[in-house]
Design a protein around this ligand. Sequence first.
Ligand SMILES: [Zn+2]
Length: 635
Amino acid sequence: MRLGILVALLSWSSFAHAEHAPPQSNVPLSNRIVRYNIDATYDPKTHTLEATEILTYKNQTAQPLSVFPFHLYLNGFQPNSSFTREAHRDYRNEEWKSSYLGSIEIKKLEVVGQGDLTSRLQFVAPDDHNPDDRTVAQVQLPRAIAAGESVEFRIQFHDKFPEVVARTGYKGTFMMGAQWFPKVGVWWHGSWNCHQFHETTEFFADFGVFDVKLTLPQDQIVGATGVKTLSVNNPNGTTTLAFHAEDVHDFAWTADPRYRVFDDTFNGSSGPVHIRTLMQPENAAHGPRYNAIAKRTMELFDRWYGPYPYHELTIVDPATLRAGGMEYPTLITADTAWFLPDSLLLTETVVVHEFGHQYWYAMVATNEFEEAWLDEGINTYTEIKTLDTLYGKDHSLINGKRITWGDAQEQHYSYEKSPRFDPITRYAYQFASERSYGDITYGKTACALLTLESLIGEQTMQRALRTWFQRYRFTHPSGAEFLKTIEEVSGRDLGWYFNQAIYGTEVLDYEVSSAASWPANWYDDRKPSSNYHSEVVIHRKGEFILPVEVEIKFDDGSHLREYWDGKDRWTRFSYDKKARLLSAEVDPDRKVWLDVDLFNNSRLAGFSSGDARRKLANYWMTFWQLIAQAMGWMA
Ligand SMILES: [Zn+2]
C-alpha cells in the first residue's frame, strides 16, 4: 500500500475486448499449494455477493493436518472487531457510518469425504483474544489430511460489502472486491500463520491457481487479477466473466460502469504484458500518464531485478482514495486527481510504488503481518531508486521550476518523526500507533537501506536485491534471509549495522557541536598573525554508531575530508594553517539518511569567540518541512 503523501493537499474524493494470452506457462512458477474455484454473483444495488468456493489444499508439509484456519477479512468492518477498535484508537474523531459495516458469512462448509462441517467452525482470535473479532475461523476435521494428500473444501458464503473504509467495498457506482472470500492460512515455520485483520496489517497467503467466475449486470466494466478467459451475456441482463490466474496468492476485482479503459502493452524480457488501465471519467486525461509511468517502471524492474512473468497488469483509478494505493496480484489501485499538475509526481509515485509490490509482495511474498518492512520498506526503497532514476534525486516527488522535493527527503521526513518507538522488525499490528507503523515500516526502512547502500555501494545493493528476488520469488522468505543475502552478495559482515538499524531503536544523530578559528598569536595584540588555529568538534548525540565523513573548509578555498569511526561520543579535529576555518559538515555527500536531524550536520565557523551559530545548509528545508507537515502518508 502507499501511505498517502500529499493527501491533505488533494481533496479528491470499453469494454470487454478479446481475451488475451492463454495461461502463462505449463511449468508452475510456484508450489501451488492452493487451488480456488469461485463462482460469485454480485448485486451492485445491495452491495452483496453470493458465492460458492471450492478450495483444494495440498498438504505439502511433512505432517498430517487436521485443523484449518480461514481469513474472513470483511468481518473486520464491524464496530467491535480488532480492526475497527485499533482504527478508532488512532482516529477517534473519524465519523462512523452504518454504511461502513461489512461482513462475510460462511453459510456452509463441507469437506469432501468428511461431510458438512459448518457447525464445527469456530472463531478464534490468536493475536489479541478479542472475543468479538470474527476475522479468523477454524475448523477441526474428523480425519487428518496426511502429508502429500489434498483436501477439498466446498464453501458457500455471503458478502456484505461496506462503503469503502479501507481498500474494499463500494463508493457510488465504483466497487472494489478485495479480501472478499474465505482464504486459508499459511503453514509457515511449523505452524499455521493466520492472523486476525488489524488496522495496520496487510496479508499473507499461499500461491496457487485461481479460477473465478463473476456474474454481475451487463453495464459493469470489470477488472480482475489474472487473465479473462470468458465473457457470456445471460438472458437476465447479467454477464458472467471468468478469470484465470496462476502462481498468485490472492484475487481481487473491481467493477464500475463509468470506467474509461486505456489499453497498452509493455514488452518485457518474458514477453508482452497487456496493461489495462481503468480510469474514473473525471480523471481520464491521466490515463496515458498512468500507462507511461507503468511501462517505464516495468522496464527498470525487468532490468534491475528480473522479469515480470504475468501477461496482465490492471491499473485501477478508484472513486475514493480509501481504495487507492493498494496492491493485489497483477492488479493495483492508484490515486490521482484531474487537477494535479505534471510537476507534482504523485500520480507517478503511486504507480511506481504499487507496481513495485508486484515484485516484493506478490512474488517474493513475505509475511506482511509479521515482517511488513520486507514488503513496504524494500518497496519504498525501490520506489526511491526508480523515481530518482527517472526524475533525478532531488526532483522525484515535486519537479517544478522553482520547487523541488525528492522521494528520499520525503521518506526521511516521515522517519525523523518517530525514530524511537519501534524497531523495523516489530509485528505490524504491535506498533505503538499507526503513525509509528508507517514512519518506521516505510520511512525508516527506506532510510536504513539507503544508508546501507552508502556502505556497500549502489551496484552491490542492486545485485543483492536481484539475488533476493530471483532466489526467493514464489516462496515466503524471512527477514533473516534477506539480511543474509545482503551479507553474502556484499561479502561483508554487517551484523553491527543490522543490529542497530533493523533490530534496534538506537537513534543516529551526529552534529558539529563547535567549529572555530583564532589567531595563533591571540595573546599579542600589537601584530596580527596570518597563522590560525582551528578546531572542530563532532558529537555523536544518539546511541547509533556509524563511521562518518566530515568535510572541513578553509577561507583560502582549501578543504579536506576527515573520517571518524564514531565509537566515542565525540571527537576533535585541530588545524594550524595560514587560513581560517570556514565550515565543517558531517556527511557532506548526504549518504547517511538514518541521521534523524540533518540541520545540525553543518556549521559555519565562528571567529575568535565562535558564537556565530549559523547553519551552512538546509535552511530551505524548514520551509519544505512545513509543507510536508500537511502531507499524510500512504499505505
Ligand atoms: Zn505499499
